[in-house]
Write a protein that binds this ligand. Sequence first.
Ligand code: C2O
Length: 353
Amino acid sequence: RPIDNGTIDLEWCTQAETPAGKVGCCPPRSKTPVVDFVHNTQLPSRLRQPVHLLSSDYIAKYIRAYELMKALPPDDPRNFDQQANIHCAYCDGAFLETETGWCLTGGHRNWFFFPWHRWFLYFHERILASLIEDDTFALPFWNWDNQFASDPLPNVIPQMYLTNPVLFDDFRNPDHFPPRLADLNFVPGDGAPISDSKQREENNALMYKQLVNARTTRLFYGKEYHPGDSKPDGLGTIESAPHNTVHKWTGSSAKPHFEDMGVFYSAARDPIFYPHHANLDRLWTVWKTLPRNRKGPFRPRRDYKDLDWLNATFLFYDEKRRLVRVRVRDALKTEQLGYRYQDIHNAWVTARP
Ligand code: C2O
């Protein structure tokens, strides 16, 4: 039963019900009709690089792009606050399909986690690129899973998110600023910090368990979520940790819901949300290169084949302020979307505990 969300309209958006109460985060109404996404083959291919290896020129370009995004009029869908609101509106259920009660968006705790966030970042990146008029621009990724004792940089909050006002966010946990290594399996209030070497070991073991050992489609992507299903509660391995955990680890422990990063409605207000998710998106591409089987000839890991997944649609504003309808099936290959990730040695791939 393919889903045709052809009638979805922003009129369906109401205030989001968040742990912090009702929040108004609906997108501005579109002035033009919704268009269907087509892959743009004219764009140059883009390379997403690790934050800790960016050149100073690239950093300058990146900061400039965010300055421009933050300076757009508040009701422009490309404005930074509007971008952050997308995560609130979609992920706290401001869009509810009234007839079936199916949260259209359900970007969390179900099989839409990876594709929904890939699309979100895709448009975010295109908007930044168009603001600086550089189609080669790509988002960087925060390589928090890179675990080399000799190169501790990736494991900490990258410096540029602390030193540049445009990338800074007040609502973070200062106890977790460098040199503190990211705790990929963070549980708030979970005792005293451990040594760096122990932390690396635990992080590697977690990555191995959540990614290498998540051999099945369901384990990795999260559970199926069909129209008419009640609240989703089938999160995939990576979504639960390191995704959720790094969100909470970054957010402020002085705030009731670990704002900004620690809760859906405010997470994308922190500019570090985007490199965090670029890394998760990268890990999706890494997962696909690993074998499904433990022994014997290589058998690839598989996507869902269900049409409720492949044909599910979401709406995003693009760099031209057009409301675009995208399908999950068009997000399955980053090359088709025009970008790829810089090759990184993933030390944890062989860190079988
Ligand atoms: Cu939509 Cu990292 O959460």
